[in-house]
Design a protein around this ligand. Structure first.
Ligand code: ARG
Ligand code: ZN
Length: 449
């Protein structure tokens, strides 16, 4: 489509001179362990806490369990010590990532030097924030359906924008919300939000499903919530997760925005220590990024049918709640729709997703946006954990962006289609051939009777 092919970007100016060079992961390894006994679990918890190892899965020491996957990043100087200790305790392990820095470099530096010839926006690579800002501007300029809106400001006073995709209509419509990039290092998430917008705009005329739901639904897409964190993950620490709020006179940084919402805030799966990856902030909605989302969603909540929030990794479609194992009232329907979405996703490349409530199939956590959205009355609320299963973890190579986005697109449109059919059962204003024949047969039955 001309709109995208013709969109040129002066990438040369935007490439920062220094990428991810402040913190190196040279020789760091990610180990995969499945502890077999409680003693092993205890030893691993002890090891991880005394050496302050970076837990990739699960997020919290107390969530390490026998029989369940454990992924930890071990800094190079500690690799031998950790392996010796594992051997001593007869804990078997596999090296998932042999050199984290190598992977980081591959997904940023090499690839970005090859992209000097701009033939439009390249959706199959990761983009730094300046390019995403520019992309939003261009998308709005080039499509009649898209408008860019101000959502709020970050801790470091950057602007957060979302895109609204709306087809002109004179009847009231409902809203589908999707946000990406609440966790900085999960780069595949913003890549998906951008892919999603592109696909909708490219296909809404030719694809009957998209055409149909756009008559009833407006799509609100927030490509990057955690703008400060995302930039920090590009410029300083590739594996940064939280926002960049300073605490204790700047001796520690960052709140986990997905622990900061007002849904059983601070009750489970969080830390009150600002050095933790799951620090929940000084109070519910303490962070400007959280408040920005809350303000808009609160204002529109009676019209929002579906709240999707996109993360990585692990390959899950997660339903509420994370903070309690008590299922939501519409649990059965939430599960069925998610299963349908996972099946559609699998149909593309065979990627298998697990479906279920967060507290039951992943870990318990409070203060997530997904729980909050459901609690304030948004009926369909899901977290997507995109690829992969831990082979590359948070450093998913760029050659997986396209397949990941393609399959995820099928899952997301399955959900949106379901929601559309449910709330707009009459369907489109225009008669489709199906509804026309149904209509005629009703008339004939009536005449005949
Ligand atoms: N994006 C998720 C989070 O930040 C990751 C959770 C599951 N996967 C994992 N590797 N821990 O909570
Ligand atoms: Zn996440």
């Amino acid at each position: 489509m001309w709109l995208f092919l013709g969109m040129t970007f002066s990438l040369g100016i935007l490439i920062p001179g220094k990428l991810c060079s402040d913190l190196q992961y040279d020789g760091d390894q990610v180990l995969h362990i499945v502890p077999e006994t409680f003693q092993q679990v205890q030893h691993l918890q002890h090891l991880c806490s005394t050496l302050m190892l970076d837990l990739w899965k699960p997020q919290l020491l107390e969530d390490i369990r026998a029989g369940e996957d454990l992924h930890i990043r071990v800094p190079a100087p500690l690799v031998q010590e950790v392996k010796d200790s594992l051997d001593q305790h007869m804990i078997s392990y596999k090296v998932l990532i042999n050199d984290v820095q190598e992977l980081v470099d591959e997904s940023v530096l090499k690839e970005r030097s090859q992209r000097q010839v701009p033939e439009g926006y390249n959706y199959t690579e990761y983009h730094p924030m300046e390019e995403i800002y520019e992309w939003m501007t261009q998308i709005e300029k080039n499509s009649e359906l898209v408008t860019q809106h101000y959502l709020g400001n970050t801790v470091e006073n950057r602007t957060i924008y979302y895109l609204q995709i709306s087809q002109p209509s004179n009847k009231p419509k409902k809203i589908i919300w999707m946000d990406c990039g609440i966790h900085a290092r999960e780069w595949i998430a913003p890549a998906f939000c951008q892919w999603f917008v592109k696909e909708i705009l490219q296909n809404y005329e030719s694809d009957a499903t998209i055409r149909r739901f756009l008559q009833n639904l407006d799509l609100y897409v927030l490509p990057v919530i955690n703008v400060d964190g995302y930039i920090y993950s590009w410029e300083a620490e590739r594996l940064w997760r939280k926002n960049r709020a300073p605490y204790m006179n700047g001796t520690c940084y960052g709140t986990d925005l997905n622990r900061n919402f007002n849904s059983s805030w601070g009750s489970v799966g969080v830390s009150f220590n600002c050095t933790s990856e799951v620090f929940c902030g000084s109070g519910p909605e303490s962070e400007p990024e959280t408040r920005a989302v809350v303000q808009l969603i609160e204002q529109k909540k009676s019209d929002i049918l579906c709240y999707l929030t996109v993360h990585s990794y692990g390959q899950y479609i997660l339903t509420p709640y994370g903070s309690t194992t008590t299922p939501p009232s519409n649990n059965e329907e939430l599960m069925q729709v998610a299963q349908k979405a996972a099946a559609a996703l699998m149909g593309k490349y065979g990627t298998s997703y697990k479906v279920g409530s967060t507290s039951l199939i992943l870990y318990s956590n409070s203060g997530s946006s997904r729980d909050w959205a459901h609690m304030i009355g948004i009926p369909f609320s899901y977290t997507f954990e995109l690829r992969d299963n831990g082979t590359y973890g948070f450093v998913l190579p760029p050659d997986q962006i396209q397949p990941t986005c393609e399959e995820t697109m099928l899952a997301v449109t399955t959900i949106i289609d379901y929601v559309d059919q449910k709330y707009f059962p009459g369907g489109a204003v225009m008669l489709t051939s199906g509804s026309l024949s149904l209509c005629l047969s009703v008339v004939f039955t009536w005449i005949a009777s």
